[in-house]
Design a binder for this molecule. Sequence first.
Ligand SMILES: C[S@@+](CC[C@H](N)C(=O)[O-])C[C@H]1O[C@@H](n2cnc3c(N)ncnc32)[C@H](O)[C@@H]1O
Length: 256
Amino acid sequence: MADPWDPAQYERFRSEREQPFHDLLALVRPRPGMRAVDLGCGTGALTLQLHQALQARETVGIDSSPSMLSQPPKAPGLRFETQDIAAFAPAEPVDLVFSNAALHWVPDHGELLPRLRAALGQAGQIAVQMPANDDHASHETARELALEHEFKRHLGGFVRRPPLHSPVQYAAWLHHLGFATQHVRLQVYTHLLDSRDEVVEWVRSTLLTDFQRRLPAPVWDRFLARYRELLLPRLPDDRPFLYTYPRILFWGQLPG
Ligand SMILES: C[S@@+](CC[C@H](N)C(=O)[O-])C[C@H]1O[C@@H](n2cnc3c(N)ncnc32)[C@H](O)[C@@H]1O
């Protein structure tokens, strides 16, 4: 499948996307000389901020998209690897597994979390933020469209159901995995966009990439046009437009 991630498109809403990153970072307890990984690091711009904020000894950003990693930032102790999170298994334990807005792309969290836990050393920390906006018209419309005859044929039945569980389930998993201290919350972010048209631009750089990668180019163009046609009348024509965006944030630390 082609790589549909487009750093320029993704960066259009940079300031809106950064706030959850900072909220997640605020949950991490810095320690001297930390080794951290940033799973699904995107362009690496926020990985650099993570690395600097923690004054980490080493930070490795991991992302499966060569486009997103085409111009990674440079700093001592900071490096990037093109890799699937599903294959992540570091040779040495790390002090922090961090992931902002990426694990909702990885299936089977009941299997994933024990694997991430196994990557941590003593007093290791996990910090994860994932969008939980699947009830919004922007997401429901995409699923509905995937079932329309023309697109269903190409998508082979794919509708994109993110593997998200409830905040309560993540709290239970953290507990059972031995995270002695934890913090789990659902936070609703409110993004003021110029108009409802901007919602299409927002999801194009994230949610819709999952459809784009599966569709031949001309079919993808029709999918996007039809998505816009269906979605816009479902949203109020307010200017600015309030795009509400719930997100799950969780953090846990193992005993020292
Ligand atoms: C919404 S972006 C978030 C990027 C960055 N963490 C940030 O906060 O700006 C999601 C990133 O996850 C990456 N991604 C999605 N599935 C992945 C996987 N299975 N393995 C590695 N990276 C993945 C995408 O390539 C994309 O760069």
